[in-house]
Design a protein around this ligand. Structure first.
Ligand SMILES: Cc1cc2nc3c(=O)[nH]c(=O)nc-3n(C[C@H](O)[C@H](O)[C@H](O)COP(=O)(O)OP(=O)(O)OC[C@H]3O[C@@H](n4cnc5c(N)ncnc54)[C@H](O)[C@@H]3O)c2cc1C
Length: 505
């Protein structure tokens, strides 16, 4: 994955079959799907891959237990199937995770026990393990920090877990390997029409400020919560299609929540879902669901969201977590498909939404990370029709993501050239300096944020440490990107400002 090589493709007078705007889960999945069907495919991402919501999830590969409670069996069954495919196709980036639902009455035990057995049954052959009903004693043995007061028992069930941005980057690499052209820091700025149909996409290389107009048969808009801007680029009279809802996560040390099991509270006293999920030797606590007006690439947590999570974790557990214990707070925006009905965003469908405009713009939005492959398949099926492309079938259900052997060979090469790069970036983490070099050479990392936020997840795990490590990361990157001291200084300043938003003061 080399950015200059990928950019080269924009200088040729090519007629692309499909241009995809947006390099999150949905867009990258679409690029992989389109390339494996043999289409000439280009994806452009305005920032880094997974800069948007796709690096800010709760890290669950799941069927969505709460959609089951809403009676949406079809949605759950589809997501469970996708969960199975993802765990099979990317085993090195996903894992099976046990979840425990603590219950506080016999009625709850029966209700969640039956519900989660159904959840497992719906996954059929792709089941990850049998749901078990636990006694109070067994629940306390699994969740050592749970508050025993009023606890009646628990339900243990299985779901998946993953590293979202790493998966995104490996989907990008796989798409390129299958023939797609995939470029980060390349923003779509306009759509050109001929006889009412979109025939060209205008874009700008954000790093060099060079502009391009690229010919295509069809365009897929996969810009998540930024969808409205592209829809209105196509037709300025269009109403907003998505309504943003914010979800925050607090990351704390594992000492607050020891053990290997995750906890799921399906309904807090104000009706929300709360997770505590072990991740990279830390624990992710979340999330919230707060309707917001403004969208941003760096959304900010609200005081009441932070208080909600801390208060409820301390209530369900024997912990007394304070703001000072939070290593990092990260915020994601859900691109929820707007419905006319006003009310809580938690009730808006997470099913994906696909629309085709009169000029042929295909917009795919909503859904969740777990179902990215199915969303992509639906988008490319439509692109085949709109762009009159040859109708090859989708084969991504059985395409491996990433190439572990190739990755290992590349690491060996990096270390042969400079053995000192085997050094860890910090005593408390297993990440090495070689991973920084790898990300620059093979994963299109262009700045400190790309490394510390999305290639190795220090910003999300420990924002203060991320600031401390920034000069070292800049210095290694500068060597391999051939940048000067000014670049290093500027990068460190920009990154430090950004990382400060992830720290609770
Ligand atoms: C708090 C929270 C927790 C979640 N947890 C889970 C979970 O645990 N499991 C799960 O399965 N799902 C989860 N989800 C849902 C999941 O993360 C999203 O559905 C998914 O990441 C959306 O991906 P996307 O590609 O549609 O959007 P995005 O990831 O936002 O990607 C859109 C991309 O488009 C780019 N873009 C915007 N404008 C332009 C332009 N003009 N030109 C080029 N590029 C542009 C953006 O930079 C962005 O990278 C969660 C969501 C939230 C908010």
């Amino acid at each position: 994955m080399n950015r200059s090589e990928q950019l080269q493709a924009l200088t040729t007078d090519t007629l692309w079959d499909i241009i995809i705007i947006g390099g999150g889960a949905t867009g990258l999945g679409s690029a992989l799907d389109a390339a494996t069907r043999g289409h000439k495919t280009l994806l452009i991402e305005s920032h880094d891959f997974a800069k948007g919501t796709s690096s800010r999830s709760t890290k669950l590969v799941h069927g969505g237990v709460r959609y089951l409670a809403q009676g949406n069996i079809k949605l759950v069954r589809e997501a469970l199937r996708e969960r199975g495919y993802l765990l099979k196709n990317a085993p090195h980036l996903t894992s099976v995770q046990t979840f425990i639902v603590p219950v506080f009455s016999w009625w709850e035990k029966m209700f969640y026990g039956i519900g989660l057995k159904v959840y497992d049954l719906l996954s059929g052959k792709l089941s990850l393990g049998n749901t078990q009903i636990l006694s109070k004693h067994e629940t306390l043995a699994h969740l050592t920090s749970i508050n025993p007061k009023k606890l009646v028992g628990g339900i243990l069930y299985y779901d998946g877990q993953f590293d979202d941005s790493q998966l995104a980057i490996e989907i990008a690499a796989t798409a390129i390997e299958k023939g797609a052209t995939v470029i980060n820091y390349c923003k779509a700025t306009g759509l050109i029409k001929t006889n009412g149909k979109i025939t060209e996409v205008e874009c700008i290389d954000v790093l060099s400020e060079k502009k391009y107009a690229i010919k295509t048969k069809v365009v897929i808009n996969a810009t998540g919560v930024f969808t409205n801007a592209i829809v209105q680029m196509d037709d300025h009279l269009q109403h907003d299609l998505v309504s943003p809802s914010q979800g925050i996560h607090l990351v704390v040390d594992a000492k607050f929540f020891p053990g290997i099991d995750a906890m799921m509270i399906p309904k807090t006293d104000d009706g929300r879902v709360l997770f505590a999920v072990p991740w990279h030797d830390k624990v992710v606590l979340g999330t919230t669901d707060t309707p917001i007006e403004e969208i941003s690439f760096e959304p900010k947590p609200l005081v009441e969201e932070i208080e909600f999570i801390i208060k409820h974790i301390n209530r369900y557990c024997t912990t007394s977590i304070t703001r000072a214990d939070i290593n990092s707070v990260y915020v994601g925006l859900r691109p929820l498909v707007k419905q006319k009905r006003k009310g809580s965003t938690a009730l808006i469908s997470r099913e994906h939404h696909l629309s085709v405009s009169p000029s042929g713009l295909i917009t795919i939005t909503g859904g969740k990370w777990t179902t990215y492959r199915k969303m992509a398949a639906d988008a490319v099926d439509n692109a085949d029709f709109i762009g009159k492309l040859n109708k090859e079938k989708c084969i991504t259900a059985h395409i491996q993501i990433g190439d572990e052997q190739e990755k290992e060979n590349r690491f060996q090469k990096i270390l042969q050239e400079d053995a000192s790069l085997a050094e860890k970036i910090h005593a408390n983490y297993s990440f090495t300096k070689a991973q920084i070099v790898y990300a620059v050479q093979y994963e299109m990392a262009m700045g400190i944020e790309d490394i510390l936020a999305r290639r190795i997840r220090i910003l999300f795990l420990d924002a203060r440490l991320a600031i401390e490590l920034a000069p070292m990361v800049a210095s290694i990157m500068a060597t391999y990107l051939q940048k000067d001291k000014n670049w290093e200084t500027e990068e460190v300043a920009v990154f430090t400002k950004l990382a400060e938003q992830y720290i609770l003061k």
